[in-house]
Design a protein around this ligand. Structure first.
Ligand code: 2AM
Ligand code: CA
Ligand code: CA
Ligand code: CA
Length: 258
């Protein structure tokens, strides 16, 4: 399958490129990084897709081809390296995310962690797979047993509108809170039952392109933090959670008083 093949080739290219020193550049600030690997991987995935489907649209984080998503029946969303800061500092805790959307609906999603050689895969209606094995996870955890990851703590807007404080209070209701800094993998981990929820105040389409389908196909819930359906190809907040704690989290995040 093309999406899986692309993700695995991306992993191989990353490994090959890591033999040489990384070329790291700033995008908008010293905390917004991009490397030569991000661009090379995105270009490689684009080339592979265009070889098979020259008429599809492609929305990649590094923007190597122009794309107005609403003008295409099928749009691929690519985050060549999600978690670039982890990639630069740690050479681990990053992933490749590739998804195919048909008429605004995600049909195929792959999140690949090359360091751990874990490939999370879903096709709409087919459940989720980890390295070819179907993943079935029990969903009966309660809040006090939940492990939650979120980027609410450091997000500037979340700090201003009180969501960061809510995240702090949430930490006392859950078993633990984590900040991994790799949104696509965090969504895959919710799908795989390694996390019970992931909350972000703002993700781009390519960050959640594939993870969204993984979460849906796992039987977990995903929406904006106001409980609305996620938009297609737009920046949005995200709440992904096991169905047992989703309603609690939604209420917790939408209540106004901190
Ligand atoms: P990136 O590494 O592909 O840029 C934690 O930093 C997570 O948020 C990562 O998935 C990262 O993706 C993403 N991210 C970083 N800056 C962001 C921004 N300004 N808006 C949305 N997501 C961002
Ligand atoms: Ca980036
Ligand atoms: Ca990203
Ligand atoms: Ca990226």
């Amino acid at each position: 399958m093309l999406a899986r093949r692309c993700a695995l080739s991306a992993g191989k290219l990353i490994e090959e490129m890591l033999v040489h020193p990384l070329e790291v550049m700033y995008k908008t600030s010293s905390s917004d990084l991009v490397t030569s690997v991000d661009r090379a991987v995105e270009q490689m995935v684009i080339d592979e897709i265009f070889k098979v489907y020259p008429d599809h649209g492609i929305l990649g984080e590094e923007g190597l081809v122009a794309c107005e998503p609403s003008k295409f029946e099928t749009v691929w969303m690519i985050d060549p390296i999600d978690g670039t800061t982890n990639f630069v500092h740690q050479r681990q805790n990053y992933c490749v995310s590739i998804a195919a959307y048909h008429r605004g609906v995600c049909e195929v999603g792959v999140v690949y962690d090359p360091t751990r050689q874990e490939l999370f895969y879903a096709e709409r209606g087919g459940g989720i797979f980890l390295n070819d094995a179907p993943l079935r996870v029990k969903r009966n955890k309660e809040m006090k047993e939940a492990l939650i990851s979120t980027s609410l703590f450091w997000n500037r807007r979340a700090m201003k509108n009180g969501l960061s404080e809510k995240a702090q209070r949430l930490a006392h209701r859950a078993r633990g809170v984590r900040i991994y800094g790799v949104a696509a993998l965090e969504l895959a981990y919710v799908a795989a039952g390694r996390l019970d929820a992931y909350i972000s105040p703002g993700l781009n389409a390519w960050d959640l392109g594939a993870g969204r389908l993984l979460v849906e196909e796992s039987g977990c819930k995903i929406s904006t933090i106001e409980g609305k359906e996620l938009p297609f190809a737009e920046r949005t907040s995200v709440l992904a959670a096991n169905p047992n704690i989703y309603d609690f989290l939604l209420e917790f995040l939408t209540e106004y008083t901190v």
